[in-house]
Design a protein around this ligand. Structure first.
Ligand code: NAD
Ligand SMILES: CC1=C(/C=C/C(C)=C/C=C/C(C)=C/C=C/C=C(C)/C=C/C=C(C)/C=C/C=C(\C)C=O)C(C)(C)CCC1
Length: 525
């Protein structure tokens, strides 16, 4: 295979027969039970960790070739991220794989040891997006291994160098009979989808997500869909405009805004729009004093298709460009660009940007802003504001950009049309596990279970009910009935609604008692 400069060979699409053969292999391995062994899982994740470390320079290079991602961003948002996922999984796997108790189990069933066992699902398929090829694909991979599954990765062909390096890491670090990386574009992906998997993870656009979900539905295969959306940011006159500008601009400069959880548009209270725009410009000058074109930190748009799409959004806007606006198709450069708009139908609001261009839409009242956000996209992937309860979203951050997604252990996932399910850390383990309910019924328990057997007897049932039946603590109007049990609970908990509250109140009572005791002593009572 001819080597390109830098040692990354060109992407070679996997032959369809080969895809089928590899599928059969991971199916057979799963059936053999090899991937269920917890020590094996840990060992594979440890090997993956070192595969990432040993290929770190190639990862940096691949990301730079694919989209001009800076070395810094390659490290913090991809390599370090993946290493952390590996370490968290290895460190916590014993705890994650332990049987879990069933919540709120009535006392009489405890001898049956009801519990939940997290069982692997089987063979997992992951179809990846191009923008964070390591972070997104490796997070899913780690979760799938941790949960005891086999795994097939189909990285995005849109980031071909990263796809090749991912394949190399698989080859070098992982058991090839359990975890495979196949390369492909649409035809290969269609072929992969002809095979029955036990769960399909898809990260990408809503249009492709719909295709994948329909195909999966044919075989009732569960899906984890990580899609996009038009994420809103809310900026009001009560906020610190300088901080809001810096934090929002950062997430549209990171990877040149090709970040699913970055904002599409900012709803800014009308009276502070001009000041906010000035702050964004000030921050831009601080981030990139010589401009984005010559900044070593600034990435490029991944390919002509995405470049043209973004250019069209800007060409079609009726708004006013208040910052940036320059572009160069020679290297798919698009400057961080802010457009002031006044119509929710504007191309800059109505379409998903997924790039360094965003719009500012002034609003007069919070109700109006919430209404706009709900009209543009009622279920975005992310949201940045303080109006959490009236606009839903996959995740949300107050006073910052996508901070909630910057934390490895937090679940990443959408809601409604921005996705189904979530993953990362422990949540990946859960996403790739089946929660199997387990009970073990001792022989002697038949005495207690007598009531269930024929011939049925209502008198036995009545006796049984007298012993175990729960009584409602509410009346026919749904109102709480404050009976003896309620007041006893209030008394014993000192009126606290939570364990922390109870501990605090006990603390206060003890402190008062001690103070009273000291006082009595000092007065010689
Ligand atoms: N929620 C998240 O975590 C997340 C992360 C990254 C990107 N995204 C979203 O992804 C989109 C951009 O990423 P993209 O351009 O890589 O997405 P995409 O939908 O174009 O492609 C994603 C994957 O689907 C495959 N694919 C494309 N067309 C297909 C078809 N017709 N049949 C089968 N497979 C097909 C591609 O080969 C690729 O692997 C944006 O909408 C963004 O918001 C979401
Ligand atoms: C603040 C305190 C400290 C110092 C902390 C320091 C130095 C923090 C440095 C942080 C850096 C370099 C952060 C850069 C992070 C960038 C990240 C993680 C980017 C993530 C991108 C993501 C998640 C993209 C996702 C995309 C998706 C999902 C879809 O497209 C101490 C430690 C000194 C003291 C305490 C306080």
């Amino acid at each position: 295979m001819a080597l390109e400069t830098g040692g990354i060979p060109p992407l070679q699409l996997t032959a369809l027969d080969d895809i089928t053969a590899r599928y059969e292999t991971i199916r057979a391995t799963f059936r053999s039970g090899r991937t269920r062994d917890v020590e094996y899982r840990k060992q594979q994740i440890r090997r993956l960790y070192w595969g990432l470390v040993d290929n770190a320079e190639l990862i940096e290079l691949a990301l730079h070739k694919d989209m001009g991602k800076s070395r810094f961003e390659a490290n913090v948002s991809e390599i370090d991220w993946c290493k952390q996922e590996c370490l968290d999984a290895v460190e916590n796997l014993d705890e994650w794989t332990r049987d879990e108790p069933v919540r709120h189990m009535p006392l009489q069933f405890l001898p049956m040891k009801p519990r939940i066992r997290n069982e692997p699902l089987g063979a997992i398929l992951n179809i990846g997006a191009y923008n964070f090829p390591f972070q997104l694909n490796v997070s899913a991979l780690v979760g799938a291994i941790a949960a005891g599954n086999t795994f097939m990765l189909k990285p995005s062909e849109t980031s071909p160098h990263s796809a090749v390096v991912l394949g190399k890491i698989f080859d070098e670090a992982l058991d090839p009979e359990s975890y495979v990386c196949v390369q492909g574009a649409v035809d290969e992906t269609r072929h992969i989808l002809e095979h029955k998997f036990d769960k399909i993870v898809f990260t990408g656009g809503r249009r492709t997500g719909t295709i994948i979900a329909k195909k999966a539905a044919e075989t009732l295969t569960p899906v984890l869909l990580e899609l996009g959306g038009q994420n809103p940011a809310f900026v009001t006159r009560h906020g610190d405009l300088g901080i809001a500008a810096r934090r929002l601009l950062w997430q549209k400069c990171l990877n040149a805004g090709q970040v699913c959880v970055s904002h599409n548009y900012a709803l800014v209270e009308r009276c502070v729009v001009n000041r906010f725009v000035d702050e964004v410009k000030k921050q831009y000058a601080e981030f990139m004093p010589q401009g984005a074109r010559s900044s070593p930190d600034y990435a490029r748009i991944v390919n002509r298709g995405h470049y043209d799409r973004l250019k069209k959004m800007l060409d079609n806007t009726k708004g006013k460009i208040v910052m940036g606006g320059s572009m160069d198709e020679a290297d798919f450069f698009i400057e961080p660009t802010v457009v002031l708009v006044d119509d929710v139908g504007d191309s800059m609001v109505a379409e998903e940007s997924f790039g360094p261009i965003w719009s500012i839409m002034p609003f007069d009242t919070l109700d109006e802003a919430i209404d706009i956000a709900n009209r543009v996209d009622p279920t975005p992937l992310a949201l940045f504001s303080f109006v959490f309860s009236r606009v839903t979203s996959g995740g949300a951050t107050m006073n910052d950009g996508f901070f909630h997604s910057m934390l490895n252990p937090t679940p990443l996932g959408g809601v409604g049309t921005s996705g189904t399910g979530n993953y990362h850390g422990y949540y990946s383990f859960k996403a790739f596990s089946h929660q199997r309910s387990i009970a073990k019924v001792p022989s002697w328990a038949d005495k207690l279970l007598r009531v269930r057997y024929m011939p049925y007897s209502f008198s036995e049932l009545r006796r049984h009910r007298r012993m175990v039946e729960k009584k409602p603590n509410f009346d026919r109007n749904g109102k709480l009935v404050k009976g003896l049990k309620y007041w006893l609970a209030v008394l014993l908990s000192l009126g606290a609604k939570s364990a922390t509250g109870f501990v605090f109140r006990v603390g206060v009572v003890v402190a008062l008692a001690v103070a009273l005791g000291l006082k009595r002593r000092s007065f010689g009572v």
